[in-house]
Design a protein around this ligand. Structure first.
Ligand code: 5RP
Length: 229
């Protein structure tokens, strides 16, 4: 079995009838969404509401025929559980997210949720964050050169504007902003990194997620089993 699917299926046990469910972005979260759809249609899960963390997820919810369950932050007063993927996870559950550019809405919903469940395959587990992936930073377009300069001056390394495929122009997020992909020169402590990068004027959000906000990580394996921590 696809290890992402194994993690997605295992996340279903954290969902109950009556819940407001935050649905993450990326391939693993969309696998969870299609498992969820099956449970809503025939699996006895009733009276749930769905909050999407990206327009792509919103589109998938509608495509699966669940549009009438879709809600926006101004229509609910809480989120019971959010289920989302990640690009990197360390042993303290700190995350790098935003490979798909949805980090801001993801953080809004994931941090708001009473329970935040992360679903990944084993390849996402790393000793140190950031490891293979750069840290995505969503920035106001006007400020991007300044944010790039500040990151490179204060923490070394390289900060590059993310371009759309074919280099037709910068990637535009769901919020109308740009993304800078930042690889620090030396290590950056993820929780401190989240705090200090977010304080740079022009930064909207940073794709470092504090492990203290994560309730559980479900890791799917090749043989279809999962490990949780
Ligand atoms: C999107 C994200 C995704 O959760 C992350 O990129 C993981 O994606 P996938 O499940 O496709 O590996 O943060 O902004």
């Amino acid at each position: 079995m696809d290890p992402k699917l194994a993690a997605a299926k295992a996340a279903l046990k954290y969902v109950r009838s009556g819940y407001v469910i935050g649905v993450g972005s990326g391939s693993t979260a969309l696998m969870f969404l299609s498992e969820l759809a099956e449970n809503i249609e025939g699996g006895g899960l009733t009276d749930v509401k769905l909050i999407a963390t990206s327009t792509e997820t919103e589109y998938e919810i509608v495509k699966l025929g669940l549009g009438e369950l879709l809600r926006y932050p101004w229509q609910v007063d809480h989120v019971d559980v959010a289920i989302d993927g990640a690009d990197e996870v360390d042993k303290d559950k700190n995350l790098v997210k935003g490979g798909g550019g949805a980090l801001t809405r993801e953080k809004i919903i994931d941090y708001w949720a009473s329970e935040f469940i992360v679903i990944v395959d084993e390849s996402k587990l790393v000793d140190k964050i950031p490891s293979k992936h750069p840290i995505p930073v969503e920035v106001v377009p006007y400020a991007w050169p300044l944010v790039k300069a500040r990151l490179e001056r204060d923490y070394g390394g390289s900060a590059e504007l993310r371009y759309s495929s074919g280099k037709r122009g910068p990637v535009i997020t769901d919020n109308g902003n740009y993304i800078i992909d930042y690889r620090p020169g030396s290590g950056i402590e993820p929780r401190e990194g989240e705090r200090v990068i977010k304080c740079i004027p022009g930064v909207v959000e940073v794709g470092l997620f504090n492990g203290l906000k994560v309730s559980r990580v479900i890791v799917g394996k090749q043989d279809g089993s999962v490990n949780e921590f």
